[in-house]
Design a binder for this molecule. Structure first.
Ligand code: UDX
Length: 428
């Protein structure tokens, strides 16, 4: 079993730390944010991720949290870089935290392998290796090990990964990193650093393309009388297509897809290649978020000013409190700009939305949001909304209009109850 330093106690870092401890490694997670480290040391977990708190608690003897460089690196053969790489204004990835981490690497004789889990543009690994060489840090070897976990199911995704990708340019290094994953039942693909970096971007861009594709099919379905859910089912039965990521809705969000699709477009552009397909994927996604406004207008009239509209769900998907690039934000801001009184409720993302949109009116329950509402939009398909007492909702709403942005509600039942129900990709 090995000793690992995990740099960055964010989403990827905490899940990596917990899962690596679970399979027997000793882990020290380092973060520059002292209050976050204090919270973790006291047994708290700063993010909402099902099963994460329990897993950390179960392996406290093998996980330590610190903001002290010395104790993080002492005895650590592997250093996992899990810092975030947010998009810059230009759409490129901001690598400042990667370079900061590099500046803070220990200058000693110990042989270590620096493993990048953060999503970094293709070519970053080559630049890091050049920098290590220039600094004379020949004892630090390099590997790329992109992370594919999904928020909300991150622990399961890590422990039962479809694949583990490890890229290294020096012989034997990828194999050493792959060895760490012995306790996980997943095929391992070893390759060069650049290919490993590209696998991550290409995978996310392809999944985003699938979503934009099915959303465009949905839009054509609405005009032609076909039902996108059945169309997706029929498409998915073809093994070459597969059934996953064909759920039409109001667009993809989150911390990865929007950022990574844009970054891949920029990576191509910076190399002089115009990645046309990705432009369409991005544009379709932006338009898809706004389509809800047209639907609301078709039911309430062309002027939405003065209406009260309830948004059910604000997180970018269920089982997370993450609102980064969530469709709810665009929708809320567009509706507020139209003079609508927008109210919203989410089981766990309320604090995040209040911090981002202080003027947004949050309620403490779904029913409270629906009280007197002229329409409601299901933005995030939390189970709580699927199980809602919709008969009671009908009584509390001013008008019985439900726009189901995720095709997750039982439309036939809502229609029987007396609602005007409209989903995505179906004739209303
Ligand atoms: C994604 C990738 O799945 C993961 O491999 C990568 O490491 C990080 O990015 P995540 O952002 O957690 O993970 O969310 P995911 O479950 O993939 O969903 C992304 C968005 O796509 C959500 O907004 C979701 O609602 C939307 N989506 C997903 C659809 O609209 N339709 C689908 O069929 C699937």
């Amino acid at each position: 079993m090995s000793r690992l330093a995990v740099i960055g106690a964010g989403y990827v870092g905490l899940v990596t730390a917990a899962c690596m401890a679970h399979i027997g490694h000793d882990v020290v997670a380092l973060d520059v944010n002292r209050s976050k480290v204090e919270l973790l040391q006291a047994g708290g977990v700063p993010i909402y991720e099902p099963g994460l708190a329990e897993l950390i608690a179960a392996h406290r003897d093998r996980i330590a949290f610190t903001s002290d460089l010395g104790s993080a690196y002492a005895g650590a053969k592997f250093v996992f870089l899990c810092v975030d790489t947010p998009p810059t204004y230009s759409g490129d990835a901001d690598l400042s935290r990667i370079w900061q981490a590099l500046d803070r690497l220990p200058v000693d004789e110990a042989s270590r392998i620096l493993v990048t889990k953060s999503t970094v543009p293709v070519g970053t690994g080559a630049a890091i290796q050049m920098e290590l060489k220039n600094r004379g840090l020949d004892n630090i070897h390099y590997a790329s090990n992109p992370e594919f976990l999904r928020e909300g199911s991150a622990i399961g995704d890590f422990m039962h990964a479809d694949r583990v990708v490890v890229g290294a340019d020096e012989p034997g290094i990828a194999e050493e990193v792959a060895e760490l994953y012995k306790g996980i039942d997943a095929p391992v693909l070893t390759t060069g650093v650049a290919s490993a970096e590209m696998i991550k971007y290409a995978s996310n861009a392809f999944l985003a393309t699938k979503i934009s594709f099915i959303n465009e099919i949905a839009n054509v379905c609405e005009m032609t009388g076909a039902d996108v859910s059945v169309v997706a089912q029929g498409m998915g039965m073809d093994k070459r297509i597969g059934p996953h990521f064909l759920q039409a809705g109001i667009g993809y969000g989150g911390s990865c897809f929007p950022k990574d699709v844009l970054a891949l477009k920029q990576i191509a552009g910076n190399s002089g290649y115009h990645f046309q397909l990705l432009n369409a994927v991005i544009e379709v996604n932006e338009l898809q978020k706004r389509k809800v406004i047209h639907k609301l207008k078709s039911h309430l009239g062309p002027e939405l000013r003065g209406f009260k509209i309830a948004l059910l769900g604000l997180a970018f998907k269920p089982n997370t409190d993450d609102i980064r690039q969530a469709s709810s934000i665009v929708l809320a801001e567009r509706l507020m700009a139209e003079g609508v009184k927008v109210v919203g409720y989410d089981p766990v993302a309320m604090d995040n939305i209040k911090a981002l949109l202080p003027s947004f009116c949050c309620t403490s329950s779904a029913m409270e949001a629906l009280d007197g509402a002229d329409a409601c939009v299901l933005v995030t398909e939390w189970q709580e909304f699927l199980d809602l007492d919709w008969a009671a909702a009908l009584d509390t709403m001013a008008r019985p209009v439900v726009i189901d942005g995720r095709n997750a509600l039982d439309g036939a039942r809502l229609t029987d109850l007396g609602f005007t129900y409209e989903g995505v990709g179906r004739k209303s």
